[in-house]
Design a binder for this molecule. Structure first.
Ligand SMILES: Cc1cc2nc3c(=O)[nH]c(=O)nc-3n(C[C@H](O)[C@H](O)[C@H](O)COP(=O)(O)OP(=O)(O)OC[C@H]3O[C@@H](n4cnc5c(N)ncnc54)[C@H](O)[C@@H]3O)c2cc1C
Length: 342
């Protein structure tokens, strides 16, 4: 286990509510670290609808999902939050009153006075393709995400899928892999047209292969894949030699380890009070889509309100001996100083 990273507040989930929590906590002098299983901040907005417009953010008539994330990232910049992306929080253990030890699936350990759960609908997890026996190859030679690009250097790669992830990784890994084959059910993609054109150009230059078909089975030994048996558009079978298979079939949301954290749950959501948005465990708060209370709406603006109230109570755990004075950003020079206003 690594040395614990000490922080005032650990935020689980870097969705819009987790990001805005950095702002509200930062205004009250609380230092934050964020952990997210995704490789980028923004939660559902960045992962599920980056280009779709949102029309119900107060005072912002129109903004895209990614636009909102970019604006939140700019707003929290003065507080210099530390992001731990591509990591899933696995355990939360109470070790003080309140003090928590939190661990991630990469072995990172945090010690935080307050934990804020902003885990949305749970963790995004890759959809597993319907290939019998694929489990035996997972994390050895079948990967649903690219955490370290270098791992694929000089490898024969079979990338499966027709969305942005499949096309982006095809272009991204092509320069370092010994060979790339992209396999998709049809010659029609859900990815950005520019990326699709670049892939077709590489195929035309004979720098990679594109095959229409579906993987029926994988062959190999000890978790190391050697050959994928593929059924083509007309039902014909062929073999593709490969060292690694990367299926990109989209993401699904699962509650994940949240269920094991010893916090009361109600229909896979975390009940909170509407004064502090605290869970059944003192010092652990839940904000945004993951929480529930009478009248709850899974809207970003509701999550933002919850964050503001949560921060007021979190302050008392982080600074038990200090009095909290309510201030406006328009008139408080001390708040403006924290925001870097000159
Ligand atoms: C298509 C679509 C359109 C929408 N349109 C609107 C709209 O117009 N207006 C509106 O207000 N809302 C809209 N929503 C809903 C809005 O996106 C959500 O309310 C909002 O994203 C919730 O934010 P959040 O921060 O609570 O959670 P999320 O955005 O879900 O983020 C949660 C994050 O937590 C991470 N996470 C979960 N578990 C763990 C773990 N164990 N360890 C580490 N990280 C973890 C996840 O990876 C994720 O990134 C829309 C949703 C969808 C799907």
């Amino acid at each position: 286990m690594s040395e614990p990273i000490k922080t005032d507040v650990l935020i689980i989930g870097a969705g819009p509510c987790g990001l805005f929590a950095v702002f509200e906590l930062g205004l009250l002098d609380m230092k934050t670290h964020l952990v997210d299983i995704l490789d980028k901040p923004g939660g559902q907005c960045a992962e599920l609808y980056p280009e779709k417009p949102i029309y119900d953010i107060p005072a912002v008539p129109y903004i895209t999902g990614q636009g909102l994330v970019d604006a939140l990232m700019a707003q929290i910049k003065p507080f210099d939050p530390e992001f731990h992306l591509g990591e899933m929080v696995q355990t939360i253990e109470r070790i003080g009153d309140p003090l928590f030890r939190v661990t991630t699936d990469t072995g990172k350990v945090f010690e935080a006075k307050v934990v804020v759960i902003g885990a949305g609908g749970g963790s995004f997890q890759p959809k597993r393709p319907p290939i019998g026996g694929i489990e035996a190859f997972e994390d050895k030679s079948v990967f649903y995400a690219v955490r370290q690009r270098e791992k694929f250097r000089d490898k024969k790669l079979l990338i499966v899928g027709g969305g942005d992830s499949a096309l982006d990784w095809t272009l991204n890994l092509h320069p370092i892999a010994s060979h790339v084959t992209l396999l998709h059910r049809r010659d029609d993609f859900r990815a950005a047209p520019g990326t699709v054109n670049k892939m077709h150009a590489l195929v035309a230059e004979k720098k990679m292969d594109f095959v229409v078909g579906q993987v029926m089975s994988l062959e190999g030994e000890g978790g190391q894949v050697k050959v994928a048996q593929v059924k083509g558009a007309k039902g014909e079978m062929s073999s593709i030699a490969c060292d690694a298979v990367l299926p990109f079939f989209g993401l699904t949301m699962k509650l994940g380890p949240v269920a094991d954290w010893g916090i009361a749950l109600e229909n896979n959501l975390i009940p909170v009070d509407t004064e502090k948005f605290e869970t059944s465990v003192k010092g652990v708060f839940a904000i945004g889509d993951i929480n529930t209370y009478p009248g709850k709406l899974q809207l970003i603006l509701c999550g933002f309100h919850e964050v503001a109230l949560m921060a007021q109570q979190a302050y008392h755990y982080v600074y038990p001996d200090k009095k909290l004075t309510f201030q406006y950003t328009t008139s408080s020079t001390s708040l403006q100083k924290k925001l870097g206003v000159k």
